[in-house]
Design a protein around this ligand. Structure first.
Ligand code: FES
Length: 157
């Protein structure tokens, strides 16, 4: 199905473009806008964005697939992204990941049956001094241990 912005998002699109010196520079916020509208960024949406910004679809695809915050398939209400890079690994990120897998009964890349949690690993979250770190949606959680993870999960309704 072809992608089109809603009337409201057409206005937001124009507002975003006005903030940048050229259309291409607006790619990341425009992709956020697509994801905010659709929940995912489909192939059709990538093609539409490429047309709107006068860039190649393959460039849009390379950006969507590079950044873990962009989703090509639906994720749960809470997207848990555990840092797997060296500083966090040295202070126990693998334990955090194992704990989450056991607790949620899913593997990396999967979503719980109730659609509430999706789990993945990501590269450095730029919080290396306070690892192990993870993001849940747009929020950082640092200096994690299994008990703290349980407390955080208990707050997520
Ligand atoms: S290594 Fe985990 S935040 Fe940088």
């Amino acid at each position: 199905m072809p992608f089109i912005f809603t009337e409201q998002n057409k206005k937001k699109f124009a507002e975003i473009l006005a903030c940048y010196p050229n259309k291409k520079a607006a790619l990341l916020p425009i992709l956020w806008l697509v994801q905010e509208q659709e929940g995912v960024i489909s192939k059709e949406a990538m093609e539409a964005v490429a047309g709107l910004l006068d860039i190649s679809p393959v460039h849009v695809y390379s950006v969507v697939t590079f950044y873990t915050m962009f989703h090509q398939k639906p994720v749960g209400k809470y997207h848990l992204q555990v840092c797997r890079t060296l500083s966090c690994a040295l202070v126990g990120s693998e334990n955090i990941l194992d704990h989450l897998k056991q607790k949620l009964r899913i593997e990396e890349g999967q979503t719980t049956k109730d659609g509430k949690f999706s789990l993945c690993t990501v590269e450095c979250l730029a919080s290396c001094g306070t690892g192990p770190a993870m993001m849940i949606n747009e929020k950082y959680h640092e200096s994690l241990n299994p008990k703290k993870v349980d407390e955080i999960l208990a707050t997520l309704k």
